[in-house]
Design a binder for this molecule. Structure first.
Ligand SMILES: NC(=O)c1ccc[n+]([C@@H]2O[C@H](COP(=O)([O-])OP(=O)(O)OC[C@H]3O[C@@H](n4cnc5c(N)ncnc54)[C@H](O)[C@@H]3O)[C@@H](O)[C@H]2O)c1
Length: 260
């Protein structure tokens, strides 16, 4: 272990079964963390096994974090197993549909907000009391450069909400020793998703709208490329760690110059 910034820290990662969440979990394990991995997919158990192969302790909570009951179940399991939470990474989210706003149905708008704002709101609420009691805690929320982006307005609005809750919660609880930051993730290359955000195959029109997102994301990045999972993970771990001890309420864009 070359740089164990998280030695014996209890770290919770939501949405850990794939993508950025899985990358964060494995990187934390490599730096000595004891992990609580949460996801509604059973595939999270595979990531837990990878963590254990690193020699680190890990528990899994399979719950739906779009509900407050799911978030409190997670907090309860974490505190029962480890007595505390040092780091909470709120990673659940992601746009379900890609289309111009006039084509969204009412229930689709609600589902987007439930997916990309509520899990962060619920988990912050569920873990906050114990962090206040201990006068210690670090929260990193996954936002997005899509707060200025096309073809995903409800998702963009949800991530704008994540930015606002990050700043307000940080302000309210700085004197309790709790830091709250966010990473505004840019377009990120990832292997094909085993857990699709939208299980329905895309129509030809939806493929065109989705390509619109890809083109706009590359154009808006000064580097004109997607980032890697590892480039996101490094920023998330920095904000989560004591290296960022004087940083709170910040949204760090990680999008090759795209500020979101
Ligand atoms: N991938 C990108 O290009 C990109 C860009 C900007 C922002 N982000 C943000 O980064 C985060 C991770 O993105 P990703 O691409 O790795 O996501 P992903 O869709 O690949 O994975 C999300 C994970 O969350 C889990 N999940 C979804 N809903 C859940 C629920 N209700 N309860 C519990 N678990 C649930 C899924 O099972 C999955 O394991 C998201 O917040 C996303 O908005 C991603």
């Amino acid at each position: 272990m070359t740089n164990p910034r998280f030695l014996n820290k209890v770290c919770v990662v939501t949405g850990a079964a794939q993508g950025i969440g899985r990358g964060v979990a494995l990187a934390l394990a490599q730096e000595g963390a004891r992990l609580v991995l949460a996801d509604f997919s059973e595939l999270v158990h595979e990531v837990a096994n990878e963590v254990r192969m690193e020699g680190m302790e890990c528990i899994v909570v399979q719950s739906d974090l779009e509900t407050y009951a799911g978030a409190t179940e997670l907090a309860h399991a974490c505190h029962s197993a480890f007595d505390r939470c040092d780091v909470l990474v709120n990673n659940v989210g992601g746009t379900i549909w890609a289309k111009p706003y006039q084509h969204y149905e009412e229930d689709e708008i609600e589902k987007e907000v439930r997916r990309s704002l509520f899990p962060t709101l619920w988990c912050c609420r569920a873990f906050l009391p114990s962090m206040i009691d201990r006068k210690k805690g670090s929260i990193v929320n996954l936002s997005s450069i899509a707060t200025r982006g096309i073809h995903r307005v409800p998702y963009s609005a949800s991530k704008g909400g994540v930015n606002a809750l990050t700043a307000s919660l940080a302000f309210e609880h700085a004197e309790d020793g709790i830091r709250v930051n966010a990473v505004a993730t840019g377009g990120t290359e990832a292997p094909p998703r085993k857990i699709p955000r939208n299980p329905k195959p895309l129509s030809d029109q939806e493929k065109v709208w989705y390509q619109g997102i890809v083109d706009q994301t590359i154009q808006s990045s000064w580097m004109h490329r997607y980032g890697s999972i590892d480039e996101q993970v490094r920023a998330i771990l920095f904000l989560a760690s004591e290296e960022a001890s004087y940083i709170t309420g910040t949204v760090l864009p990680v999008g090759g110059g795209d500020q979101g």
